[in-house]
Design a protein around this ligand. Structure first.
Ligand SMILES: [Fe+2]
Length: 233
């Protein structure tokens, strides 16, 4: 189990590095896709930006892109610090995650996206930069404009899916029916992926056996995650 702010670093056959860490009191999971040759560091939902910047600097790297799964406060916690420490960073999220009417509510926090994805719910587009290629799937329900990102051996689920369950749908901006459509679509994506890919949840919660793993494999999630096996779909 990763300690707070500890980085798991894996290098794929394609040369892309994937760093995964867990940060903060809500055990937020962050993933970074790193193309060293082209100097690209794309971080999903960075929580503690100082920690990220220090960790990357140890290897002569710095953040170039932030990719947001959604704009709940705990997922954009690191935004302000990141744009002050790395002012040239590109900030990506889904167009529908610009929830201006909901920003007043305590669960959301404003992020000034420099670029947005605009695909329809339950559709995917490719985000490509250097040798990094990620599939971005619009998966609303837990929050407006929620996306998942997968590629390079990982499926970063955000708060759509945790290892054993799914994100709550009782918050302002939540849509339970959309959530079930998103879960159903996610299941079809997961079934198409190599079974040993890692499902990185938005938060590190308990698994079926009472342990608290940082991630599970796609095969394990498909077999045991209660939402992916729900009769609601
Ligand atoms: Fe959330």
């Amino acid at each position: 189990m990763l300690a707070d702010g500890e980085f798991d670093k894996q290098v794929g056959d394609d040369g892309i590095e994937v760093w995964v860490t867990q940060m903060g009191g809500y055990m937020n999971m962050n993933t970074a896709f790193i193309d060293k040759e082209n100097g690209i560091v794309a971080i999903v939902d960075p929580f503690d930006s100082k920690r990220w910047i220090d960790g990357l600097a140890e290897e002569g790297l710095h953040p170039t892109h932030l990719l947001y799964t959604h704009t709940h406060r705990d997922h954009v916690e690191g935004y302000s610090a990141m744009v002050s420490l790395a002012p040239n960073v590109e900030v990506w999220g889904h167009e529908e995650a610009r929830v201006l009417g909901l920003i007043g509510h305590v669960v959301f926090k404003n992020v000034d996206f420099t670029n947005t994805w605009k695909n329809n719910p339950d559709s995917s587009i490719e985000w490509r930069l250097g040798s990094i290629s990620l599939v971005v799937t619009h998966s609303p329900g837990h929050a407006p404009g929620h996306v998942t990102l997968h590629g390079h051996g990982v499926y970063h689920a955000g708060d759509l899916l945790f290892t054993n369950g799914m994100g709550r749908v009782d918050l302002p901006g939540s849509d339970p029916e959309a959530q079930w459509r998103s879960i159903k679509h996610a299941k079809s994506i997961l079934e198409s992926l190599p079974k040993d890919w890692r499902l990185i949840p938005g938060h590190r919660y308990d698994w079926i056996d009472g342990t608290t793993p940082d991630w599970v494999t796609v095969a394990e999630a498909l077999e045991h995650n209660y939402a992916l096996n729900s009769p609601n779909m």
